[in-house]
Design a protein around this ligand. Structure first.
Ligand code: ADP
Ligand code: MG
Length: 347
């Protein structure tokens, strides 16, 4: 059989369609510290503003951040062979499995988003993610057969996952969890809480483009630059728009970050659990703003599955959640949509 080479473009295709640049200007009396690192197969950055130098050095704050993220990854990363989630995925059906606090908090929120999105968001999608070459097994050489897709679809479905307190159980053999669409957002919330516990109240936390800002100084908002290269109407600062994000979180899912191209067709890493295939519509990216980054992250993925019309309807039905969607036409032109309340965040 001829093997086809699938070119897999991973993460941040710079300059394509949409990306974020966090910037802020400090007032004279403020100082700013930036801490960067890697986690979850991507990078993180944390900016902290303060008037008086903190007692903790940037290195010791970074150490606390890294160890917090390491503990989280040991619970929820499918890329760590003996993480909690990997051990659960290898387990037989019917056995109760005790999960740690972070794992539990993520599963609870994931099941909620699964329900409100009518199953568009589904953390049991892992067998399909692997089949399409976006998981732990790495890229693929040919598109999966219909029978392989049907087989994987028989072993997915959040209704086959039972959560009881801090215990989970799979109700059918082969069920596996994948928290990639929500874990980065949770990581952002976790680091945000860590900084609050360390008595900082003015900071921005970002992991792989998911971001949360806490503003301890009402006169000096955190400003996130959004660049849409296809959009000619850029501001003098070179951005299509600037978003003010105070005491809120923002997450973006897009089919431009992680995909492969085969015979001219782009296959996204977002899988529609109803078809068993990568989503195939004009929605190129979904940005969600709400209070927690975990919820924003999960909803951004849900909207990417639902598409522009149903996605916008879902977000309009939720209190305290706003969205900005970019559709890309075949000729490369873009159309944007935003929920009624999104405008108030635009500078
Ligand atoms: P990113 O922020 O990297 O664009 P997302 O937050 O949208 O990504 O998460 C995409 C990842 O989520 C995929 O790589 C896959 O592991 C998983 N995934 C894919 N489809 C779904 C789905 N329908 N529901 C939940 N998780 C999904
Ligand atoms: Mg997501």
């Amino acid at each position: 059989m001829t093997q086809l080479f699938f070119q897999k473009k991973v993460r941040w295709i710079s300059g394509f369609l949409f990306f974020l640049i966090v910037f802020t200007s400090c007032s004279d009396h403020e100082k700013e510290s930036t801490i960067t690192g890697t986690t979850m197969g991507t990078t993180y950055s944390v900016k902290i503003r303060f008037d008086e130098s903190p007692t903790l050095s940037a290195t010791s704050i970074k150490n606390k951040i890294d160890s917090t993220l390491m503990i989280l990854n040991q619970q929820v990363s499918t890329y760590i062979p003996f993480s909690e989630i990997s051990r659960f995925n290898a387990l037989s059906a019917g056995e109760w499995f005790e999960i740690s606090h972070h794992f539990q908090a993520i599963v609870e929120q994931a099941l909620d988003v699964s329900t409100i999105s009518g199953g568009a968001f589904d953390i049991t999608v892992h067998p399909l993610v692997r089949l399409w070459g976006f998981g732990i097994d790495g890229g693929i050489w040919e598109t999966p057969s219909e029978s392989d897709i049907r087989h994987a679809m028989n072993i997915i479905g959040s209704k086959y996952l039972t959560l009881s307190g801090n215990q989970i159980k799979k109700d059918i053999p082969g069920l596996e969890l994948d928290l990639s669409a929500i874990a980065k957002g949770y990581g952002v919330d976790l680091i945000s809480q860590l900084l609050l516990d360390l008595k900082f109240n003015d900071y921005m936390v970002e992991i792989g483009g998911e971001v949360r800002c806490q503003n301890g100084n009402a006169n000096n908002s955190w400003r996130i630059g959004i660049e849409i290269p296809a959009d000619q109407q850029q501001t003098s600062e070179g951005f299509a728009g600037v978003i003010r994000l105070d005491d809120l979180a923002m997450a973006t899912s897009g089919n431009y970050r992680n995909y492969f191209i085969h015979e001219g067709h782009r296959y996204s890493h977002t899988i529609n659990p109803k078809t068993g295939k990568p989503v195939d519509h004009t929605l190129a990216s979904a940005t969600i703003i709400t209070s927690t980054c975990m919820n924003a992250d999960a909803l951004a993925t849900a909207v990417m599955v639902l598409g522009a019309i149903d996605g916008l309807e879902l977000i309009e039905s939720l209190d305290g959640v706003e969205c900005f969607l970019i559709e890309e036409n075949i000729d490369g032109s873009t159309i944007t949509h935003s929920s009624d309340g999104f405008g108030k965040f635009i500078e």
